[in-house]
Design a protein around this ligand. Structure first.
Ligand code: SAH
Ligand code: SF4
Length: 382
């Protein structure tokens, strides 16, 4: 069943949270509430997309579901695997546009970088997604489908499902807080025990600072937070991250503090800082950043700028990157430089543009690949 999402008039169960599924079964189908958790396990824990395979449902219920509901997910246009094990999927969404999802393995951890929108309206000056403009929001089904497809790609026929996706970061294409409800539903499904059961510490939402929605998030969810700061003062941040002109750094840090205070456990914010040569990578920027963040419990993630055509920006030299890092380190910060992963398959931060290039087309139907037991690299190099 490789239908494109939303092509069917039937109810797509893929993007529904547990409470939504429970009320669907009770109110619309006249069934018991526990069916919600039962179907959620079939869909998300076992990767089943066909009601006939749900063997603990009665035949009558399976028939009812086949008539009224569906489990639809996007077509995988392309699946590439990097020499370092990073995988990138290009998935075709309804309307013909595509988004990218990236999987980064590291030791016993597997991090999936998930997209929330097709394009982005916030137009940060160093981001190729932003430069592409905004097309549309993804639905909750289209967001969680990226996790579903990735998790399923690690299934080994005849064996128990191996849990490969241990972490999710909402750091793919789009600004998650500009697509609020669908993103909240999708992260809810990721963390639900009857579904992927990923711990709230291991689901991270990255935002460039949509302050009103960050405020709204407190009390609704307890995902971990990453802030795309990129500058130590408003003057520079106004140029790099235009939404700063509306919600400045002070407003953003205050909103972050309120969110963190509301969490039931103690966690720190991740501060993302893309280092761009001669723009925000000078020693004085590092000193200013150290002062700015002195009251914000955080860890800092430096992301060397990933170039793309006509960006007008350059990645700093390793010397400059390490000088910046050392200054922050000496000021007492926990700071790491993000390793560039998967850049041979254009899967690095800021390289996600969701276009489908016909010249490199090696498309493969996802379940054909799984059924034939081919590996991603065999598929990509076909
Ligand atoms: N819209 C959200 C999440 C997606 S962007 C946000 O801005 O936080 C994910 C991260 O990649 C952000 O920190 C973003 O600033 C960074 N990024 C974007 N373009 C980049 C580039 N060309 N090089 C390095 N990092 C980039
Ligand atoms: Fe949008 Fe994030 Fe890119 Fe800015 S950095 S344009 S908010 S995706």
């Amino acid at each position: 069943m490789t239908e494109v999402i939303a092509s069917s008039a039937k109810k797509n169960l893929l993007g529904m949270t547990l409470p939504q599924l429970q009320s669907y079964f009770v109110d619309e189908l006249g069934e018991k509430k526990f069916r919600g958790a039962q179907i959620m396990k079939w869909i998300h824990q076992r990767g089943v997309d066909n009601f006939d395979d749900m063997t603990d449902l009665s035949k009558a219920l399976r028939t009812k579901l086949k008539n009224l509901a569906d489990i639809v997910y996007p077509e995988v246009l392309e699946l590439k695997e990097s020499v370092d094990g990073t995988r990138k999927w290009i998935m075709r969404m309804d309307g013909g546009n595509s988004v990218e999802t990236v999987y980064i393995p590291e030791g016993d951890r597997g991090t999936l970088c998930v997209s929330s929108q097709i394009g982005c309206s916030l137009d940060c000056s160093f981001c190729s997604t932003g430069k592409q403009g905004f097309n549309r929001d993804l639905t909750s089904a289209e967001i969680i489908a990226q996790v579903w497809v990735a998790a399923k790609s690690f299934d080994i026929p005849g064996q128990d499902r191996v849990r490969k996706v241990t972490n999710v970061v909402m750091m793919g294409m789009g600004e998650p807080l500009m697509n609020f409800e669908p993103v909240m539903d999708a992260v809810n499904i990721m963390m639900e025990d009857n579904s992927y059961g990923i711990s709230k510490r291991r689901v991270t939402l990255s935002t460039s600072g949509v302050v009103p929605n960050l405020d709204k998030m407190a009390g609704l969810t307890d995902v971990s937070l990453a802030i795309s700061l990129h500058a130590p003062n408003d003057e520079l941040r106004n140029q790099l991250v235009p939404i700063n002109r509306k919600y400045n750094i002070a407003m953003l840090l205050e909103s972050c503090a309120r969110y963190m205070e509301n969490l039931p456990d103690k966690r720190v914010i991740t501060i993302e800082y893309t280092l761009i040569s001669e723009i925000n990578d000078k020693p004085e920027h590092a000193h200013e950043l150290a002062v700015l963040l002195k009251d914000t419990p955080c860890k800092i993630n430096l992301i060397p700028f990933n170039p793309f055509p006509n960006s007008g920006y350059k990645r700093p030299s390793n010397n400059r990157i390490h000088r910046f890092k050392d200054i922050m380190h000496e000021a007492g910060y926990n700071i790491t430089v993000r390793k560039t992963r998967g850049d041979d398959i254009d899967a690095a931060c800021g390289q996600l543009v969701g276009q489908f290039n016909d010249r490199t087309k090696r498309s493969v139907k996802f379940e054909d690949a799984v059924a034939k037991g081919r590996t991603a690299s065999q598929i990509a190099h076909k």
